[in-house]
Design a protein. Sequence first.
Length: 490
Amino acid sequence: MQWTTEQRYTRIEDVSKDEWAALKKQVDCSPWRQTYHIQPQTGLLNDPNGFSFYNGEYHLFYQWFPLGPVHGIKYWYHTKSKDLVHWENAGIALHPNDDFDSHGAYSGSGIVHNEKLYLMYTGNTRDEQWVRHPKQNIAVMDKQGTIQKWEKPVINEVPSGYTDHFRDPKVWEENGLFYAIIGAQRTNLTGCVVLYSSPDMETWTFEGEIETALPHFGYMWECPDYFTIDGQGVLIFSPQGIAPEGDCYHNIYQSGYVFGNLDVETQSINHGVFTELDRGFDFYAPQTMKAPDGRRILVGWMGLPEMSYPTDVHGWAHCLTLPRELTIENGRLIQRPVRELQQLRGVQMETSADLCDEMQTFDSFSGTAFEMICSFELDDADSCGIEIRVNDEEKTVIAYDALEQKVHLDRTYSGALADSKYGSVRSCSLAAEKVTFHLFVDSSSLELFVNDGAEVFTSRIFPSKDSAGIRFFAKGGRASCQAVKWTIGA
Ligand code: FRU
């Protein structure tokens, strides 16, 4: 279905309850509804926003177009949780119904200040000529959960030198000042980030562009984030317009990080190489927060812009990733599923096997929603791995190729195809004698943590409900494997 501009800009307030209920009914019948991931009730979800801890709860908002699987007029939808595992839908947080966000309440972040949760976001507006004018706005949530937008934008104009692609403020506090980093496009159509400061969240001063060693790296940097872990600065951003290179950058847009400490005085960052955060097919626009116990936690959008997905015909699209804890170990960023997720563990099963150029299945090792940790020790096998969500026609293959020293994720036969224009295999290098695959599988997704978070592959897959088999294999020689699996949900 082609969506007209008018349809994309139809607000949920303007459709009847019956119309929305009919859409919801259609969505509820989708065979690919997730069982333990944050997903929209209807329509399209994209970036995580305002991820924070306030008043005893985690708050996680997301970009939402309620009326269909397209990027229409965006709302902020609010979910909250006491444990990062069980999330409660808390309703629409920001409606795009003011002059300063008339064409969408776009992405932004949250920070606790004066015992309230401050949400700083981009108001997307367009004039009569359909020219975009981004505004940076603030809304404040109190302990009762009431959210009040401020009457005027705090940053009304785009500074000279940048186009109207200027959005996604991420706020933090440092030495008694607030800083906001904003994704931008220079007038020469290259991407960058800029820095603002404020003593009080009200008055914001443009400090300047952050000087990096990547002056020509794509045409727009979306959703920047900056934080430190044990004193090491990390700048995350989602650049658009990067060409594939070896195993990297194969999705339409990328998300990655550089290590480097941002000097707010000189607005510069002396940093290392840009590294992709995730090796899978569906990961974009992540956002982090600092948990009360000091952990740095990341959630991403398990989807990408401008792609079609098999759930489109069911009236919805996308979900968020599980929360991951970030650490820096031996100079590398490590991502692990947060330990709270162990609460989801149901029935436990274990198995082990010596495999010799063969494929094996084990009784009761099957499922469509589960967690599994599976370790391989390679003897003389060329490759080893697992196949999940298997039936006679379908399989999703996770393999370690010892000859190439690479991990591969192959979703060619995973079921219905997400947009296959960008290929159906993802790979990354990994030199190891022992390989551990830690998987979280849901009705239509796979999050694969390799070797204790050294690499992550996040992907949607769209198998039939009866594709529940799990197989273990070694090719060209011997490998031994040990697996433990927990059911999740029913
Ligand atoms: C990233 C993004 C952001 C923008 C939002 C709009 O996916 O394009 O830059 O604020 O989505 O929904």
